[in-house]
Design a protein around this ligand. Structure first.
Ligand SMILES: C[S@@+](CC[C@H](N)C(=O)[O-])C[C@H]1O[C@@H](n2cnc3c(N)ncnc32)[C@H](O)[C@@H]1O
Length: 269
């Protein structure tokens, strides 16, 4: 498949060339296999099958997803969360803290947050209940997330001391399984970010390396606004370190030291 054909497919789903440029080789391979399974010889033929066959279209959309992630991705962010953002959320919400990890892939970000929370409890004693909604449009990734077993490469940013406490070594150190107790109170759900959010009133939302990277402006802006609407007043939104919010989005302040952590202002009484 050449780049022109790949661009035709991206346009079909409102996906961005810039987002896919670096990962297109692997994605193309999966799509070529799907085209063969459906007996399609040209991109035009394939697109017309996708137009007529909802199941094939959904399958293709899932094949287009990229699940690259790792524990403690962007270490600086996790330090900011541990030292500033989470303590401030905990202060204001002593009952339950609600978090949404949107486009969570295989759960690395979700379990990283659970590890941080455990560390804070270890230091300061019992904390509010933590309820995490972890969603992704690809159910295959969510299955892997539920299982919680990872290759060593996913843990390359995890300090050894943390790895020893929260993971069990499998296959002589080739695989690592997260501890069972990290899996509590996580609601894994198939969800497309282009549809309505799975809830509202979240104190913290992670929207990293998905919507803002892989989608064209026309789809990105309205979907992003819906995510912002799902934030509680005073809630925090975390985006990827290479991402920018779409122009014209209302109701967010940037914390200047950390341009990828945004805040929805508190309502003035
Ligand atoms: C590169 S991973 C990012 C994972 C994690 N957020 C991180 O930053 O490490 C992108 C994930 O977003 C998901 N994704 C992409 N488009 C989506 C959409 N429209 N709705 C829900 N999930 C989506 C993909 O399935 C994939 O699991």
């Amino acid at each position: 498949m050449d780049d022109h054909q790949f661009r035709q497919l991206l346009n079909h789903f409102g996906l961005s060339w810039d987002g896919y440029r670096r990962v297109r080789k692997g994605v193309k391979k999966r799509i070529v296999r799907h085209m063969k399974q459906l007996g399609c010889r040209s991109m035009e033929g394939y697109l017309s099958v996708l137009d007529q066959n909802q199941e094939a279209s959904l399958h293709c959309e899932r094949l287009m997803t990229v699940s690259v992630s790792r524990f403690f991705r962007d270490r600086g962010l996790w330090q900011t969360l541990e030292n500033e953002i989470i303590p401030s959320i905990i202060r204001d919400h002593p009952g339950t803290v609600r978090v949404w990890s949107a486009g969570c892939a295989c759960g690395e970000e979700v379990y990283t947050l659970k590890i941080l929370w455990q560390a804070i409890e270890g230091r300061f004693g019992p904390q509010p209940e933590l309820e995490i909604w972890a969603t992704d449009m690809n159910p295959v990734y969510l299955e892997k997330a539920r299982a919680g077993v990872y290759a060593r490469s996913s843990l390359k940013e995890v300090p050894e001391a943390i790895r020893d406490v929260y993971f069990k070594t499998m296959k002589k150190g080739k695989r690592y399984a997260v501890s069972q107790y990290l899996k509590k109170r996580i609601i894994w759900q198939v969800h497309n970010l282009l549809s309505n959010p799975p809830g509202t009133g979240f104190q913290l939302i992670f929207l990293r390396n998905n919507l803002l990277t892989y989608y064209e402006e026309a789809l990105k802006a309205p979907a992003f606004q819906k995510v912002v609407n799902a934030l509680d007043q005073g809630g925090y939104l975390v985006i990827g370190t290479h991402e920018k919010i779409p122009p014209g989005v209302q109701g967010l302040l940037s914390l200047s030291r950390h341009p990828y952590v945004l805040r929805k202002p508190q309502e003035v009484p």
